[in-house]
Design a binder for this molecule. Structure first.
Ligand code: FAD
Length: 826
């Protein structure tokens, strides 16, 4: 039977309902009433039009009234507001906003998709403010844009650190405005948990957005040019955006006596019916069921509104379909970052007192060896009992949305963490890795549930140390140079088996590495040997997200910004760059080593511009500059070129009375040298030794490598001159590798196949081969000493060794080790 359907609201939900309804029912009378000028416009694109990314205003209008009316035969009435619902007579009163005339229109079915309005609290002084805006519609957008164009504000305050607030901050800054975000919570982006939001905070600060947390606006003064916060602090503002959330636009529903929740959202059944069987409601105006925990909630997002629009049309048309609840999948661009989430976060689950487990991983967006790979932080929350996926969050420069989309699909498909390793997603190096981050998350979760490893979270670490737990850092020493968790001891994973005596068996052990993988391997090894240990989930990287480098900088940083009001602008030094270095494609420690070499050629005050794609570079270079007394002027990510660009000024201050910073570095670190005894002649150990040596040298350490016994094989020349040798010496020559090209692997040598494979992988990953590493070490001033006594024993002559090797006794090593803070035996 043909029906007359009136739809209130003509944007996301309303327009979806109307068009699906027509596709199903050619004979229905469909009237869509919209109080604004535009229907079906791109609310989500509005901030980008203000910022200038979307240039053409017309592009915001997805569908015109004429276009939709012609295609779908829908009676569209804009500038018309439904002001009353008469349920008894099944009629609405409509006011024509241009003339103020009203009329009554009857319906068989009424659909309410009126959306939500920005919350505008009655803060003292708000009535007299003339520079305060909210953003919901195209006219709102026009007002803000015109204000910026005409008044050219210098400073803006965005109140609220949600999606719209952050998008506005970015777009106002794109217009050359200094922006401060004021947020009542201790973080931006409520769907993220705190440690994940810290990545966003860091990035916002990098982008010179000032952040004020745990504070709100108490009063507007001077017509809004002064904001007084609850803390008493005052902020100057030429333009203020209020983006503290939305409330359902449901006065007509309330007046009509429909069931609403405490926050005035319309309560609907699973087939989208209100408490009146002839009235449906959808979109931002309704309460929905949380898909994960089943509790009532409100999720003002475009996907639910569009999906519900179709389901409302289906139900009106006699196709009984149910809406299963909202997962809340969301994504936002925050400058160069992509931030995405789906399902429940820890905060929600904690409130519900629900049991859950958490994991963090930091995989690359695609294969590390293919240019442009960036790490992301992916957090997965799951049920230990049955592996149910409860939620996921990810933040990074690339590939983030894809992983959260896959996880959202997995949740809706009722897959568990046990299914994630089996998700056969597509792979090629520019797009992913053969083990996609989603697969990896599944492996880690499975390991936890199956009891292969137990973990602790970043927020538990400090407490377990206080309680006497032993924290072991299984990273390489040079990694520890760039930041550690206080109170940990460093035993690199490769040395763990040999140094077991140093590890107390009766104590609770907590293991960490950079991202969690080596920690897991160490835990497996130790657990099998009878130790009680847990891995620090997500490694040092996750801990440092909140606690900062060495656990003492993190959250403090943005509170400092809070005190400043606005952070200082980057000094304008681009025209003064003295030298440029392209380290793109090199992996850690390659870029740092190159910087070290290049800086040695510069004078104090010179400026070096470095471009790098290694994701760790931005943090490493900050630590390096800090350690070496150079000044990091600027460090930013170029979204367009997908590379980090940093400007470093060679330091000018004198340390220990030395004249230049190059001298200062050495003077400053004199008692902080590094010595490595290389006993092994295995290729892998030699590579590791030289990587550590160059890493340490690039940190300004005076490095001495002492080669003894089998380690001497690493130093043998390829084209050795003929030397006179006795029978036993000749036998040694015959049995031992004759140069670096012949060195075996310590494991998986497989008759020479292993070394070939490792060389191939190193080449693919842009890691220098051993000969190049040796040359680089020499160029960086690493002292290479061959043990005279071992040479005698093995019949190796000085002429057979590569150039630059010094021959010395154990005294040379001991003298160097006296000045060493780092002493390794390989
Ligand atoms: P709306 O699309 O808001 O439509 C409601 C319409 O009803 C309005 O046009 C209103 O004028 C009209 N109306 C209200 N009352 C009456 C009445 N009594 N009579 C007649 N007409 C009436 N969501 C995302 O998922 N991703 C994003 O990136 C995103 N970005 C956003 C950016 C901005 C700036 C804004 C404002 C929103 C954004 N959203 C985003 C949210 C998304 O736009 C909403 O969730 C979605 O539009 C809700 O659809 P709806 O139909 O419920 O309400």
């Amino acid at each position: 039977m043909a029906k007359k359907v009136i739809i209130v609201g003509g944007v996301a939900g309303g327009a979806s309902t109307a068009t699906r309804l027509r596709r199903l029912n050619e004979d229905y009378e469909i009237i869509m009433v919209e109080k604004g000028e535009h229907i079906s416009f791109a609310n989500c694109g509005l901030p980008y039009y203000i910022g200038g990314t979307i240039v053409d205003r017309e592009r915001l209008i997805v569908q015109t009234i004429e276009g939709m009316a012609a295609r779908y035969n829908i009676d569209i009435r804009n500038f018309s507001e439904v002001i009353k619902i008469d349920r008894e007579h099944k009629a609405v009163t409509v006011r024509k906003l241009k003339t103020n005339d009203t009329y009554i229109e009857t319906y068989d079915v009424l659909v309410l998709s009126p959306g939500a309005t920005p919350i505008k609290p009655s803060i003292p002084g708000i009535g007299a403010v003339n520079n305060l805006f909210t953003l919901r519609t195209i006219p709102d957008t026009d007002l803000i844009k015109a204000f910026v164009d005409t008044n050219k504000p210098n400073r803006a305050v965005v109140i609220g650190g949600g999606f719209i607030g952050l998008e506005m901050a970015e777009n106002l800054q794109a217009r050359g405005i200094q922006v401060t975000i004021v947020e009542m919570a201790n973080q931006v982006m409520a769907p993220l948990d705190y440690e994940m939001a810290c990545i966003v905070h860091d990035h916002l600060l990098d982008k010179k957005i000032a952040l004020v947390f745990e504070d709100g606006v108490k009063e507007f003064r001077c017509n809004g040019t002064k904001l007084v916060l609850n803390s008493g602090r005052e902020l100057e503002s030429d333009l203020t955006i209020l983006a503290i959330g939305v409330q359902p636009d449901t006065k007509i529903a309330k007046d009509a006596g429909l069931n609403l929740n405490k926050r005035n959202a319309i309560i609907v059944s699973s087939n989208m019916k209100t408490s009146d069987p002839d009235i449906y409601a959808l979109g931002d105006a309704i309460e929905v069921k949380d898909y994960i925990n089943g509790e009532p909630t409100m999720v003002p997002l475009a996907w639910p509104a569009n999906r519900q629009g179709r389901l409302v049309a289906d139900n009106i048309s006699g196709r009984a379909v149910k809406y299963p609840g909202t997962l809340g999948s969301a994504v936002a661009k925050v400058f160069d970052l992509t931030v995405a989430s789906t399902g429940n976060n820890e905060k929600v689950l904690k409130n519900l007192k629900q049991q859950y487990r958490v994991l963090h991983i930091h995989p690359g967006s695609h294969a590390a060896y293919y240019p442009g790979a960036f790490p992301m932080t992916l957090k997965l929350i799951f049920d230990q009992a049955d592996g149910k996926i409860l939620g996921a969050q990810a933040v990074g420069f690339a590939g983030v949305d894809k992983r959260i989309d896959v996880l959202a699909a997995a949740i809706k498909g009722k897959l568990t963490v046990f299914d994630l390793p089996d998700l056969e997603v597509c792979y090629a190096p520019p797009y992913s890795s053969a083990k996609d981050p989603v697969n990896m998350a599944g492996y880690v979760a499975t390991n936890i549930i199956e009891g292969l490893v137990d973990t602790i979270q970043w927020y538990e670490v400090d407490e377990v140390i206080k309680k006497g737990g032993v924290l072991i850092d299984v990273r390489e020493p040079f990694e520890a140079e760039l930041g550690v968790i206080g109170g940990s001891i460093n035993i690199p994973l490769g040395q763990l088996r040999e140094r077991l005596l140093e590890i107390p068996k009766e104590k609770a052990l907590y293991i960490y590495c950079q991202v969690g993988l080596r920690g897991y391997i160490a835990c497996r090894l130790l657990t099998q040997l009878g130790y009680k240990c847990k891995n620090v989930d997500g490694g040092y990287k996750t801990y440092a997200l909140v606690k900062g480098i060495n656990g003492d900088q993190g959250a403090k940083v943005w509170h400092e910004t809070k005190d400043d009001g606005v952070s200082t602008a980057v000094p304008d030094v681009l025209g003064k760059v003295t030298a440029r270095l392209n380290a793109c494609g090199l992996q850690c420690p390659g870029p740092i080593r190159k910087v070290f070499e290049e800086m040695a050629n510069l004078k104090a005050g010179d400026i070096l511009e470095v471009r790098a794609t290694d994701p760790g570079f931005q943090k490493d270079i900050a630590a390096w500059c800090d350690k070496t007394g150079n000044v990091l002027l600027k460090g930013e990510f170029s979204g367009e070129k997908k590379e980090f660009v940093v400007l470093i000024q060679k330091g000018t201050q004198n340390i220990s009375g030395t004249a230049t910073i190059a001298g200062a570095v050495i003077a400053n670190n004199k008692i902080d040298g590094a010595t490595l005894v290389v006993f092994s002649g295995d290729l892998d150990k030699a590579i590791a030794a030289f990587i550590i040596a160059t890493g340490a040298a690039s940190m300004g350490k005076q490095v001495t490598m002492f080669f003894t016994f089998w380690g001497l094989n690493v130093l043998k020349k390829k084209d050795k001159p003929a030397v006179k040798k006795g029978t036993i010496e000749k036998m040694f020559d015959f049995m031992l590798p004759s140069h670096t090209g012949k060195l075996p692997l310590s494991k998986m040598n497989m008759g020479g196949m292993g070394p070939m494979m490792i060389k191939h992988i190193m080449k693919k990953n842009n890691v220098d081969n051993l000969d190049t590493l040796i040359k680089n070490a020499a160029a960086m001033g690493v002292k290479v000493v061959a043990c005279a006594m071992s040479m005698d024993l093995m019949g190796i002559k000085a002429e057979e060794l590569i150039d630059g090797v010094e021959i010395g006794g154990v005294a040379a090593y001991l003298a160097a080790s006296d000045d060493s803070g780092l002493n390794l035996f390989i």
